[in-house]
Design a protein around this ligand. Sequence first.
Ligand code: FAD
Length: 452
Amino acid sequence: MSVRFVIVGGGPGGNTAATVAARYGAEVTLIERDLVGGSAHLWDCVPSKAMIATGGFLSELERAEVMGLAADGRLDLPALRERIAHIEQRLHGSICDLLSSQGVRMIQGTGRLKGPHEVIAETADGVVELEADAILLATGSRPRIPDWAQVDGKRVLTTRQAYPPPEIPGHLIVIGSGVTGVEFTHMFRSLGSEVTLIVSRQQVLPGKDPEVAAALEAEFLRRGVHLYKGARAAGIDLEGETLKVRCDDGRVAIGTHAVLAIGSIPNSDGLGLDTAGVTADAGGYVPVNHHLQSNVGHIYVAGDLSGKLPLSSVAAMQGRKIAEHVMGLHTRTHRHLDYEKAASAIFTEPEIADVGVAEAEAFAEGRKLRVTKVPFSANAKALIEGDSRGFVKIISDPATGVVLGGSIVGRGAAELISVLALAVTCNLKVNDLVDSVLVHPALSESLADAAE
Ligand SMILES: Cc1cc2nc3c(=O)[nH]c(=O)nc-3n(C[C@H](O)[C@H](O)[C@H](O)COP(=O)(O)OP(=O)(O)OC[C@H]3O[C@@H](n4cnc5c(N)ncnc54)[C@H](O)[C@@H]3O)c2cc1C
């Protein structure tokens, strides 16, 4: 008899696990209360990047003169809205096609555990009860809204209400300077808003390479973004057309709109965890072992709910690893997911991407590293494209030459990092990069140059 695998949540964690497990012969049921594709497609990665692409296009038009052209760009909000909806529909359609082609049973409804081996789906047509040999909880997370913020969806927004908002803000105050905060800063600045960014620490992107964060801050300042450093937002007041964000150090940022980018909370409430004996931590995340099992062995957790690296790409990889484990394939093919080797990108201008060991952290731990760096200003393609901002940095082991990590700041960083991600995952050496004959002229040549 095939394995009965029930999945709650159809985001990248859930739908990847469903496709892979079904391909290996499991009888898979996927319960999704909203749209398969998940918040990743509907609310987070895809709409934010679609808006950033539109803003990026406007920035490109601003560079028209550099390229020897004259141009005029005008933002068409309804067209932008339509464009985002179209992309979402296309992606949703292709995931549903893939799941159907693998024979996955999809249930539109809200899922919860009823016992260790029972899952309930509440649908528009009534309750469906399912028996399961293995269960995956992949219900994701939602934006965190602090007590001091009264979100109204018009002037005080969560990130999910900003794709795009009813009007492009005259002056947006972005609260939070992690990845989401800096992306929203870039996005709205590109779309023409004045932007103030509230930075609770002394650098944007806490935890990232300080050199990378400094490059982004310099670019924000060049583009006229106001940075409020070392300030935590503590209240929001609306006074007519004016919106004021009060900070804990007494400063007040004045604008017209505010968007909250201060993290997320897991969707574990109402999941019936206790009926199955599944333990969550104080924040509502469900801790997992290296096979992504909760404290109840046949109940797995993927994606944001697991409290690991909150990325769509990581959720999808967790889903794949879970499917392999459920189907007993881990003994043959399995490599544990190494979160340190996950590449990530920040879709700002300049674009930022990194993978592997963080230089500052590794030095602080006393590790010996070889760090090499080349600027894009020495790259022919960057000069041809009229944008030579940024650099490539490669971190390797001085004894063996094995590539341990790297950061890229500049055009195409999110694509270029895949070469370093492959090098880090496969333990390639800097000489492997140096010995590769790459395209000329291409931005990737800077990878080989930095590896020298
Ligand atoms: C603004 C923003 C931008 C981002 N951009 C990127 C990016 O560019 N790249 C990247 O890798 N990551 C990005 N992320 C992170 C990424 O969106 C998440 O890490 C990813 O969506 C997590 O996937 P998931 O499968 O855990 O959950 P989700 O994508 O949140 O999917 C969970 C699904 O479960 C459903 N669900 C919840 N509860 C139930 C229930 N009880 N029954 C049935 N269904 C349920 C939800 O409707 C949802 O569809 C971004 C996040 C934010 C906030």
